[in-house]
Ligand binder design. Structure first.
Ligand code: C5P
Length: 233
């Protein structure tokens, strides 16, 4: 089976308070999107790459990726899962049902090569697939709004909790069907694995580095720059 890459980049990054979506913020004068894509594509692992974009995206033509012949774009959807499904549909003419598709957030530029290659290697004989994840290290509180403000309602046992990272890697047709099914059922899925779970399959976990962070808040950008420096050193 071959490997395909989907990098959803159709979000508008509301939490970033910037005047452009977060994938177009820059680290050392390079777009986040270009850093993420070049880190993924330097391995020659993929038969092709599809990037769903927002219909009003006006930055894409300025990227390095837009001149890369391995990268194609399609229209994104309302939610992340809609964007991924549209990308799979755009690839459907080329991919075979048991090919692999890796879905990786454009906002995770700090993926290490070792994690990417280990994910592919450890899951390549699995019938379903799985994801990179990291054990939760903080104590997690369940909270609600009380009379005096936010208050603790309980403490979650963290021994079984993992943070879902990306890439998430699944068999092409299995993921397409699972996302279609979740869409029809009106279920909100914030990662590929949850759609696969809803369809009754069991994703595997490959432990990934905790510094594979998702750039979400303004402070994450300088953290990402620091981590990238460490990865390259
Ligand atoms: O907003 P959040 O950080 O959860 O977005 C995760 C990823 O999904 C980002 O790479 C974002 O660009 C993408 N996304 C998308 N289409 C949407 C919403 C988010 O491709 N409608």
């Amino acid at each position: 089976p071959r490997f395909w890459l989907v990098v959803p980049a159709a979000g508008i990054g509301q939490r970033m308070q910037a005047d452009c979506p977060k994938q177009y913020l820059r680290i050392h004068n390079r777009f986040l999107l270009d850093i993420t894509l070049s880190r993924m594509l330097e391995h020659d692992l993929f038969a092709g790459c599809m990037v769903p974009l927002h219909s009003e995206d006006r930055w894409w033509p300025e990227t390095e990726a837009s001149t890369d012949r391995r990268v194609a774009t399609c229209e994104g959807g309302r939610e992340r899962a809609d964007s991924v499904l549209l990308a799979l549909k755009a690839l459907a003419g080329q991919a075979r049902p048991d090919d692999w598709v890796l879905v990786h957030d454009v906002a995770r530029p700090c993926l290490s090569s070792a994690d990417l290659l280990r994910l592919a290697e450890q899951l390549k004989d699995d019938p379903v697939g799985g994801l990179l994840a990291a054990p939760v290290t903080d104590t997690l509180k369940i909270a609600g709004v009380g009379r005096e403000g936010i208050e603790v309602r309980g403490t979650q046992d963290r021994s079984q909790l993992w943070r879902a990272l990306t890439p998430q890697m699944f068999r092409f047709e299995l993921l397409r069907k699972a996302l279609e099914r979740a869409e029809r059922a009106g279920r909100v899925v914030t990662d590929e694995a949850s759609a696969i779970e809803m369809a009754g399959h069991t994703p595997r976990i490959v432990e990934g580095r905790p510094d594979n962070i998702k750039v979400t808040l303004p402070a994450d950008l300088s953290m990402a720059a620091f981590i990238l420096g460490q990865l390259e050193a």
